[in-house]
Write a protein that binds this ligand. Sequence first.
Ligand SMILES: [Zn+2]
Length: 250
Amino acid sequence: MSNLDDVRRELARANRILAHEDVLDAFGHVSVRHPDDPGRYLLSRSRGPELVQPDDILEFTLDSDVHAVVHHHAPSIMPFVIAGVDLVPVFHLGATMGTKAPFWDGRDEFGDTSLLVIKPEEGRSLARALGSHAMVLMRRHGATVVGDNLHQVVFRSIYSARNAEHQWRAHALGGVGPLTAGEASLAAEHNLQPGPIERAWEYWAGRLDKTEALVAAATASQAAARARPTARTTAHKASGRAKRRKKSRR
Ligand SMILES: [Zn+2]
């Protein structure tokens, strides 16, 4: 299997992991740079991420220097982008979002739009807002997260979404005590090492495997039940055969 085949398989899996962990739903996407051609990137065709398989992965021309990107509308992030409240790292794994996630509001430059980033100038504006940060919050839309590789961007996307959930719940309890800049930096450095990232990937992949195995078993069992004649149908067919035999004796 070529390196490209491996990356397509991993990217398809990343789609399904992010859907399984409630970061992506019918919409949102994850993309990664082509392993052999830095001028291209890989992205699924337009399809719900939960369904994405290696054959769905297509190649596109790349005009940025990022390696891996997740764009999502995770439910935990949405209150922040709607209210315009800063997301801040509130626990060690959440620190992988960086000390700050800037906001981008397409309305400022482009007025009324569909909220989607479609035109090249909208994409460039979003990239400027992201700057050297790991994540940008898109007002009334969602978030875009970047990483050095596929496993890292999946890790950062899941734990920044968890961070949003924890921050919101802590706020409801009466107070948010975020990490200091020094703590956030040290915690991010520790958790973005290959050890923690691969440990988490193995865990999410294992959870996904269990769900997919259960679905496959249930589907196979339903298909077998449909193919198997029921007792009543069998009895009916038997009585039909008996009547035909009586007729033929007459
Ligand atoms: Zn979106």
